[in-house]
Design a protein around this ligand. Structure first.
Ligand code: PMP
Length: 361
């Protein structure tokens, strides 16, 4: 690094960049496929697409983009209050997706050298954001069926400022049990961030627990069930004390006018939400029944499959040559080399993956 850049913090120089799922453009170029033929099941996007009402709201908002949006996204918060059944005072919304929310919380809670507890394997941006904010990630591997190791988490939490629990967990698909969650919340002084990015597809959610525990924040997103990943819209619920502190440091105007209107329209389109959830539930059964691979039970919009004795990287590369993108989980810490994650899609999409994968194993 040049002399003039010597103030770049060493922790940042050492961070490994976030590995995203592959993009359609990238694969089309690399393998000579036409973009329209490519099936993208590596990033857990909604395979039904966005709500048509959200698309219409985007069109309508487009003419006003010379104006700043509402500073606190109040109309969106009102809609979220209705959707979650919680008062607006407990809600924050963020541009930059849920990633934006958790980055802000890191800035608020992580002190230099303080521990951030991560039950692995899990979503990899937590580690990056912890490091970027001067925290020290502490990895607590999950146990049987990827359940979190509550006792170990509590023991490790003495010097921790934050604990990340993801439910349903990415990439494993399982939820945290209420007993484990309450056990952690009651035994630690750290902030617990419960990531419910995929919760609309699951049997249970824990959003109401923010009224009981002032050290709980529940993160949510419009990227999955609502099909708005490209707009980057997230939100979270938390105790009023944290919400007030959050609003002091949140990036002003982080939610664009376009995203705010689309978010409100998506929340109103209950039919699209219901269809998305039903597609995923049917698709999970289809994939788990028909794939000739061992799959794990899932509450999310993806399914985790075991590729042993084939390497996950071999399987995913072969599928790319056929125009299908799924996720090789090798880059997830503590996931090993034999797991792939497949986004659940529409019936005919799932069928294409099943046929090709079953021919490979
Ligand atoms: N949490 C989990 C578990 C995720 O899988 C994702 C999406 N990759 C996110 C958070 C980020 O969501 P957003 O698109 O709202 O930033």
């Amino acid at each position: 690094v040049s002399e003039r850049l010597k103030n770049l913090r060493t922790t940042i120089q050492e961070i490994n960049r976030y590995v995203p799922g592959k993009s359609i453009e990238e694969i089309a170029r690399e393998y000579g496929h036409s973009p329209a033929e490519i099936l993208k099941l590596g990033s857990n996007e909604n395979q039904l697409g966005p709500s048509r009402f959200a698309v219409e709201a985007i069109r309508q908002a487009a003419g006003s983009v010379h104006l700043y949006p509402d500073v606190d996204a109040a109309p969106l918060k009102r809609a979220l209050s209705e959707y979650t059944g919680l008062p607006e005072e407990l809600i924050v919304a963020s541009g930059g997706g849920m990633d934006g929310v958790l980055d802000t919380l890191m800035r608020m809670f992580v002190r230099e050298g303080k521990d951030v507890i991560l039950p692995t394997p899990t979503f990899s941006y937590y580690e990056i954001s912890a490091l970027a904010n001067g925290g020290r990630p502490v990895f607590v591997p999950r146990g049987e069926n990827f359940a979190i190791n509550t006792d170990q988490i509590i023991r490790a939490a003495d010097d921790a400022s934050l604990i990340f629990l993801c439910s349903p967990n990415n990439p494993t698909g399982n939820q945290v049990s209420e007993k484990d969650l309450r056990g952690v919340l009651e035994s630690v002084n750290a902030l617990v961030f419960l990531d419910e990015a995929y919760v609309e597809f699951a049997d249970k959610n824990f959003i109401h627990l923010v009224k009981e525990y002032d050290n709980l924040v529940v993160g949510r997103t419009f990227s999955k069930a609502f099909g708005l990943a490209g707009l980057r819209l997230g939100y979270a619920v938390m105790s009023e004390a944290i919400q007030r502190a959050y609003m002091k440091v949140a990036t002003p105007f982080s939610i664009s006018r376009v995203a705010e209107h689309a978010g409100i329209a998506a929340l109103e389109d209950r039919e699209h939400l219901k269809e998305s959830i039903e597609m995923v539930r049917r698709g999970r059964t289809q994939l788990s029944k028909r794939l000739n691979l061992e799959t794990y039970p899932t509450q999310a919009s993806f399914i985790l499959a075991e590729t042993y004795p084939h390497l996950a990287s071999e399987i995913t590369t072969k599928l790319l040559s056929k125009g299908i993108i799924i996720r090789d989980c090798t880059s997830f810490r503590d996931a090993g080399k034999y797991l792939v994650r497949i986004t659940v899609g529409r019936e005919e999409q799932n069928e294409r993956v099943i046929e090709l994968l079953n021919n490979m194993v």
